[in-house]
Design a protein around this ligand. Structure first.
Ligand SMILES: Nc1ncnc2c1ncn2[C@@H]1O[C@H](COP(=O)(O)OP(=O)(O)O)[C@@H](O)[C@H]1O
Ligand SMILES: [Mg+2]
Length: 377
């Protein structure tokens, strides 16, 4: 049995991780110089993986930092934030036998500690009596980190989620507490470029000018191509350049989709990989996703689905209100196109990328895009 070298989890070890050397160095340089980092890219391009790559590098270089990772994508309010942050802290402190010290430092509310029966990880629960207790517990958690005997790197993944919180303005509350922190270096990570950029560059916003930006792009095609070749060769398999190029083209070098296809190709391959194997893998993936795509179709209106299909047909669409685009795809008017594209962007089915040349739109999920292109449902 051979391990599949194309991982589908964010990070395993640098052996399975393609490149990102420059970004890893950049983030470590930020940390060493007391700067926070704001890491932004579309979903599934490799932000979370990069955070763990940075953490691994910190350990390999023996840099004097404790690293803590917390993902707040499932949090809806400040209490949830306090809970997941505390659980991340506790998971780290376990090996240093400092949990008691942490619990004691939370003065307003004593948390309950328990074990998650499924994962065996420590769970932390709070029962807050009022808003004040929440605010002061958040403050206590951060104060504990500030007083920790080692410097801390705290990565907060899907940070834009704090904008969705009900109640107190979490952005302002957090900023108030962390602006004077010196023992903790933050990595804020997010996939909504517009929201993230707004939070960190708008002078009226509380995080203004507090961090250094890292916009993560797609991996360079040539670098990814040699990574793929090497992984097959190390497993005693050969793959021709045409197949590699096709894989990268078909998946648009969007990391998750490229990894997923490579993983599938690898699973079908014996000693030699050629286009037949690649096409077989593509069919297998589209077959396995079909039901999910039908589900998406049920969740959008007919007009939105039509728009999505039009975007897929273009690959990357720019002039979506031009008469050429409208008539080619049978869309009734510019305002209709704009209304539908907005709904699709809100549902994260379409990715809008704005630069100096204007905005281009693509179907966010590359497999869905290819499905719409080939099946023409
Ligand atoms: N540098 C990389 N090398 C290999 N695979 C990667 C790399 N970066 C990301 N991946 C793959 O892409 C997937 C999505 O990456 P992830 O870090 O979860 O993206 P994001 O956090 O931006 O949504 C991962 O599960 C992994 O399979
Ligand atoms: Mg992520």
């Amino acid at each position: 049995m051979q391990d599949n070298p194309f991982i589908l989890i964010p990070f395993k070890s640098k052996e399975y991780f393609c490149d990102r050397e420059q970004q890893t160095d950049e983030i470590i340089r930020n940390i060493s110089n007391g700067r926070n980092t704001t890491l932004i890219s579309p979903r599934r391009l490799g932000k979370t993986g990069l955070i763990f790559r940075v953490f691994e590098e910190i350990q390999e270089r023996n840099l004097p930092y404790e690293t803590i990772y917390t993902d707040i994508s499932d949090t809806l309010k400040m209490e949830d934030f306090i809970k997941v942050a505390s659980e991340a802290v506790v998971a780290k402190l376990k090996k240093h036998q400092r949990i008691t010290a942490f619990v004691k430092s939370l003065k307003s509310v004593r948390p309950q500690l328990g074990l998650d029966p499924m994962t065996g990880s420590l769970q932390v629960s709070f029962t807050f009596a009022d808003e004040n207790q929440k605010q002061s517990t958040l403050k206590d958690v951060l104060a504990y980190l500030e007083s920790y005997p080692r410097k801390i790197v705290l990565a907060i993944d899907e940070f834009q989620q704090i904008r969705e919180y009900e109640g107190a303005n979490m952005e302002a509350v957090l900023r108030k507490h962390i602006q004077h922190m010196q023992n903790v270096c933050f990595i804020y990570c997010g996939s909504k470029k517009h929201t993230m950029t707004d939070m960190f560059t708008n002078a009226k916003r509380p995080f203004y000018e507090s961090t250094s930006f890292c916009y993560l792009e797609k991996l360079p095609v040539a670098v990814y191509a040699s990574f793929i070749k090497e992984k097959f060769e190390n497993a005693g398999k050969t793959i021709d350049d045409a197949s590699i190029n096709y894989i990268l083209e078909w998946t648009r070098t969007h990391t998750y989709y490229t990894q997923r296809l490579c993983n599938e190709v690898f699973s079908f391959s014996e000693s030699r990989v050629d286009m037949d194997v690649v096409l077989k893998a593509i069919r297998a993936i589209l077959d396995s996703e079909r039901e999910r795509f039908r589900e998406i179709r049920r969740l959008v209106t007919r007009a939105q689905w039509k728009m999505l299909t039009a975007i897929a047909a273009e690959g990357s669409a720019t002039q979506i209100t031009s008469s050429a685009f409208l008539s080619k795809h049978g869309i009734s008017s510019g305002p209709t196109a704009l209304r539908n594209i907005k709904a699709l962007i809100d549902k994260e089915l379409v990715l809008a990328d704005t630069n100096e040349d204007g905005t281009s739109y693509s179907v966010y999920n590359v497999f869905l895009s290819r499905y719409l292109e080939t099946e023409r449902p």
